[in-house]
Design a protein around this ligand. Sequence first.
Ligand code: BGC
Length: 876
Amino acid sequence: MAAKLRVAAALLAAATTVTGQNDSTVGTGASAAGPTWNHADYETSPPVYPSPNATGLGWEDAFQTASDFVSELTLEEKVRLVTGTPGPCVGNIGPIERLGFNGLCLQDGPLAIREATFASVFPAGLSVAASWDKDLARQRGVDMALEFKGKGSHIALGPVAGPLGRSGYGGRNWEGFSPDPYLTGELFGITIEGMESTGVQACAKHYIGNEQETQRNPSGGPNSAIFGGPADAPSIEAVSSNIDDRTMHEAYLWPFYNAVHSGVSSIMCSYNRINGSYGCQNSKTLNGLLKEELGFQGYVMSDWLAVHAGYPAAEAGLDMNMPGGIAFLESAPSFFGGNITTSVNNGSLPIERLDDMCRRIMTPYFRLGQNNNYPPIDASSGALNFFPTANYLYNFTYGPSNVDVRDDHKNIIREIGAAGSVLLKNVNNTLPLKTPSNVGVFGNDASDISVGLYFGGVPFLYNSNTGYDQGVLPVGGGSGTGRMTYVVAPLEAIKSKVFSYNDKALVQYVTNNSEIVVNGIFGPLINPTPPEVCLVFLKTWAGEGADRTSLQVDWDGNAVVEEVAASCPNTVVITNSAGLNTLPWANNGQEVGNAIVDILWGAVNPSGKLPYTIALEEDDYAFADITNSTELLETTDQYAWQSDFEERLLIDYRHFDFFNESVQYEFGFGLSYTTFSMGDASVARVGSGSITAAPGNNTIQPGGNPALWDVLYTVSVSVSNTGDIAGATVPQLYLGLPQPANEDYTPVKVLRGFEKVTLQPGESQTVTFDLTRRDISYWDTFSQQWIIGSSAIGVLAGFSSRDIQATTTFSPLSSSSGGSGGSGGSASSSASPTSAFGSPTTTTASGYGDHAGPWHWSNNQGHKSQGSHWGPPAKQ
Ligand code: BGC
C-alpha cells in the first residue's frame, strides 16, 4: 500500500486538505508502459575509436599556446599532467616548475568551494531551477567562481546535470537543476558561462546516466579495499544505466550539449556503467558522443576513483585520472601515472593520444589566462583536505591563509533563496503575513543547526549516516556541500522580523518533532493559544551516497502538521519534502532563514515554480525507481546490477502527462501574491527560405552541428499583472512535437522556453521565446541526426505545465514562410493540446522492430575492436 504523501507537502501551505491542483486532461493516456524493452539491446556499448584529437576549434590561440607548451614536456611531465596527485586540494595536478607551471587545484563543488574557510554557501542547483531565473543563475555562477579563484582553485567541480533526476528518489538530485533537460540545459550552460567569465574552469558533471547512488561503485573483490565492505565479498560491478539512443540524446545528453556550447573546460565522467561499459572507459559516450558529436575541445576528468583501467581508459577518451592513486590518498599505484609511461614505452598507448590529453588539459588553462597572476592556493586548504601532507610529492605554491572570499555574496544568496521558494497553496490569503503579535514556530527545520556547520565527511555527517534531526538544513551532504561560516536559521530570522515591528510580541516555539507529536503542545507549552499564525518547518535529509533517504528519514512530518493544524487555524507549512529527496527551499544556503522571512512577510513576492512534479503518492514515482533489492545486494553475479531506463523519455511531468495522471502540484507550478494573465501566442519565422528536416552537413563545432543552434522561430505571448502588487512570474513555452513514425513514444509536451518577468500592477509585457533547430527536432536513431518532424508542432504557452493559456501550431516543413503559424497563428484557448498534436497511443510496440536496435549507430563501423565484451573494465 502506497504511503500517502504528507498532507502538507507544500513549501508554503496553509494546511487544509490538499487536492490536485489541476486535473485537466493533458494527454490521452495509454495503458501500456511503452514499447517492449529488450534488455539484450542495451547490454553493450559500441566501440568508437580512435579518440578524436582536439583541434582547438573556437579556442585557437590557447590551443596553439597549449601545443607549444606540450611540445616542451618530457614523457614523465606529460604523465604528470594527466594523473592526479596528493596535495592541498580535492584534486591536484603537480607543478612543472621549469616551465613556470604551478600545477592545477581542483575543488568541489556545485554550490560552494566546499573545503575552504571564509567562503559562502550558495543555494543548490535545485533552488536555482526553482527560481527559473537566468540572470540569477548567471550571477550565482560568477560569484561562486570568484570565491574559487580567490582561494587559488583553477577548476570548480560543478555544475551538475547528472543526475538529471530520472528518479524522484535519487540522493543527489538537489545538486543539479531539474529532471527537465531543457530547464537544466539552459541553467547549466548559463552557470558555466558565468563561472568561466571570471577565469575559473567549470567542470560539468557527472557524465552520464549517473541517476542513482546505490551501487554507483563496484564492490567486493579488489574493490573492498577501496570502497569498504568485506574483503571476501565477490567482485560486483557498478550499476549499469541502460539507456536507448533517443533517450540519451533528448534527455541525458541534452544539457551536456549546452555545456559544450557554452565553452565548458572539463567534463567529469561518472562512476556508473552506461550500457555495460564504465563511464570513464566508455568509448561511445566519451569519444563518440562527447568528442565527435558534440565537438568537445576540453578534457574529460574521472570522478574520484571512477577509473578501472589504464591505457584502455585513455583510448576510450579519458584525459585525466582523479584523484590519481588507486588507493585514493596515495599517488601510487595508479591506473595512470607510471602505467601510462610504460604503456607509451611499450607501444600500447600511442604518444599522440597522450599529447592530445595534455593539449586538452592545457588549452582551457591558457584560454582563461590562468598562467597570468592566478591567485595562489590558500595556505589553509591542505589542512581541510584529506591527503596527508606526508603523501605530497610536489611543492605547491601557497598564498596567505584564510583569505576571505565572501564579499557581499550573502545578498545574492538571500535573493536566490527567496526566488527559489515556491508558494504552492495560500488558503484565505494567509500569506503574506501582516504584523502578527503571537507567532508559533514548530518543527525540526526551524531552529539552528545542532551538528556543526559542515555536512561533508563520510558518511556525510559526523554523527549519523541518515542526516540529523534537530536544526535547519541549508544544504545537502557529501561533496556537493559547503563549509558554512554561519547560518541564519528560520527561528532566528522570524524573531528578528517580529520584534522589528513589535518588541512586545510573542514568538513561541517547539522544534522537537517528537515532543509535538507525543505530548499535546497547545496549552501546556504554547500559551496563549492558538497563536495568530503557526509556521511549521519540516525537512528531509538527502546527500551523496544515499538514495531514498526522504522515505527513511521522515521525523514524523505528517503527525507534526496534523497536531499543529488541528489547533491553529492559520497554519503555514514550509518544507523541502514531498516525499522526495528534492530540497526546494531548505537547500537555500546560509541565508535560508532570511530568505523565507522575505517570502512569509511579503518583502519578496513569491515567483518560484516547481522544477519537478509533486505526485499524489510516493509510489507514483515508481515508474523510475532506484535499482535495488535484497537479491541484488546479496548477488554473486558480477554483472547483476542493471538499471534499465525503460520509461525512456517519459520522466517527471512527461510521465504524468502521457499517462494522464493527476498530481498534487505539477511541474512549473507556483503561486504569487498577485495574479497574472496571458494573451494569445504568435509564432514568427526567423529568416526565410524553406526549412530542411535535417540540419545539413556542417563542420562540427563545440555544441555539435552549429545549425542546431540556429533560431528558426520565435513565439511571443503577452503577460499582464492583473493584481494589486508588483510581482514576477514565469511564462513557460511547451511544444507538442510530432510523434515520429517507428520511434519510441514522444512526450505529450516538452518545455522549450521560459523567462522570468517582473511586472508592476496593471503592467503588460511581451515575452519572446527563441526556438532553435534542436528545440523543434527529435533524435532520429536511424540517420543519427536531429530531424524536424513532418507534421504540425503544437505551441502551448502558460504558467505551468498544466496551466496552458494559449495554444497554436506551426509546421516548419510545409511552407517556406513557416507553415500554418508562420505569420502568427491564432491562439485557441479551447483546443485540446493532445488531439492537436498527435496522440502517442497511435504508435504501438510493433512499430519498434524496424531498426537494428535502440543503439543503432551508423558511425561505429571500422573502429578498432576490443573484443566481444564491452561490459566490465579491463583491469591492469
Ligand atoms: C563525487 C564528485 C566529487 C568528487 C570529489 C565524488 O565522490 O561524485 O562529485 O567532485 O567526489 O570530491
